[in-house]
Write a protein that binds this ligand. Structure first.
Ligand code: ZN
Length: 414
């Protein structure tokens, strides 16, 4: 497609940065090199990323402008993309072309997003330094990547990059940001209380604050979890407190189960259902779960889920979807006839709560559940990330955080 419309003055390369492909170490680096092979060396490529993405040297070299979000949760996602496009257009229109310098600093830190939110310290103060750094004369943009913690590749670590035309300022600014990050490393903590699932449920049941949110963190699909791990739901349904309709009300959002949904549609609302859901992708922690209850709602037309079914089991409302869907907004619940504000406990496959859920919570705990994005990083078996790495190597020495100047993309595709 690129070949068909070439040549190009500029290209907006909009990626997350944490694509994982079995057998490849740097799929996004491979991708931009393929793009370069088509568009050539002259085209200015402006790369825009999630701060949880990874910046390999190859990605840095083949990008002329590069930036990422400055907020987690990513309330500035569109602003960041716009900045990447604005900078691209301005460099083309002004004739300034590619920035002369790109400083890259790998920071040997690997932390989960749930410890590095910019809502709280030290993430808040660290990321507050980025916009003023980027606004300096001689600098085009500055960015800090937390990196992605649930892959096992040499590129999984934090990175600082600064681009601009003033060599001193570019390198000094990058080094200042990298040092701020390194110096704050020990202060990163989970941004909300965490506990085992059992403790989380005990707390939620005993609490007088409702709705009490529980994050089913280990299987958060927006972090890279399969989203179909049944372990948490199995544990919930096994609790005696929820066995009767008079028990504490609980919404479980959600579990994919296309066969379950098909059966519910045959039975209709009010039908008694007995069918399996979940664990089609990630069955490592629990097998597909048998859900026996009453169909409360069937809603069609959601762009992600396609069909959503609510099944009532004891005092639990389980949302089963045809396709995986993240539940991030109040309307995701109310459109199914559920009222999360009037529900005792709401369990969501998520890490930190996105703004709409955060504003709704009366209380909240993040459960350290198993899954593809297990937040207890120290129990994971990393083999291929660079070492030493904070926080795994407790006594590691201070790393060399000197800025490395990345060759311009004109210098060849590598
Ligand atoms: Zn992210």
């Amino acid at each position: 497609m690129l070949k068909k419309n070439s040549p190009y003055d500029g290209l907006f390369f909009d990626i997350h940065g944490a694509m994982s492909v079995v057998g490849l170490d740097d799929p996004e680096g491979d991708f931009i090199i393929r793009v370069r092979e088509v568009v050539g060396k002259k085209t200015i490529i402006s790369t825009s990323m999630d701060l949880h993405g990874n910046v390999s040297w190859r990605l840095a070299q083949n990008s002329d402008l590069i930036t990422c979000f400055r907020m987690a949760p990513h309330e500035d996602a569109m602003l960041s993309k716009k900045r990447a496009v604005d900078n691209l257009l301005s460099r083309i229109e002004s004739g300034e072309g590619k920035p002369a310098y790109k400083a890259w600093i790998p920071v040997p830190i690997l932390l989960p997003g749930e410890k590095t939110s910019t809502r709280v310290e030290p993430g808040k103060s660290l990321y507050a330094q980025v916009a003023p750094a980027a606004a300096q004369e001689g600098i085009v943009d500055a960015a800090i990547w937390i990196g992605y913690a649930w892959a096992d590749e040499p590129r999984n670590h934090a990175v600082v990059m600064v681009t601009g035309d003033d060599k001193e300022k570019v390198t000094q600014t990058a080094e200042a940001l990298a040092n701020s990050f390194w110096n704050a490393r020990s202060q990163f903590e989970f941004i909300a209380p965490t506990a085992s699932l059992k403790e989380s449920l005990d707390m939620a049941i005993a609490s007088n604050k409702h709705p009490f949110f529980i994050s089913d963190m280990g299987d958060n699909p927006t972090a890279g979890g399969a989203g179909d791990v049944t372990w948490t739901l199995k544990e919930i349904l096994a609790r005696p407190e929820f066995k009767s309709a008079k028990g504490p009300s609980l919404i479980y959002a959600s579990i994919p189960g296309p066969e379950f949904v098909a059966k519910a549609m045959e039975l209709g609302v009010g039908g008694k259902i007995d069918a399996y859901a979940g664990a089609a992708i990630d069955a490592r922690f629990a097998p597909p779960i048998k859900l026996t209850g009453t169909v409360e709602a069937i809603v069609q037309g959601d762009e992600h889920a396609e069909t959503e079914v609510v099944v009532k089991i004891g005092s639990v409302h389980v949302i089963v979807t045809k396709k995986r869907k993240p539940y991030h907004e109040e309307v995701d619940f109310t459109s199914l006839g559920l009222n999360p504000r009037k529900t005792d406990i709401v369990v969501v496959k998520i890490g930190y709560l996105v703004p709409e859920l955060y504003d709704m919570r009366a209380d909240w705990i993040m459960a350290l559940t198993p899954g593809g994005v297990d937040q207890d990083l120290e129990r994971l078996d990393f083999k291929r990330i660079n070492r030493p790495m904070f926080p795994f190597d407790k006594d590691m020495k201070d790393p060399d955080l000197k800025a490395q100047l990345v060759p311009l993309s004109d210098d060849g595709v590598e």
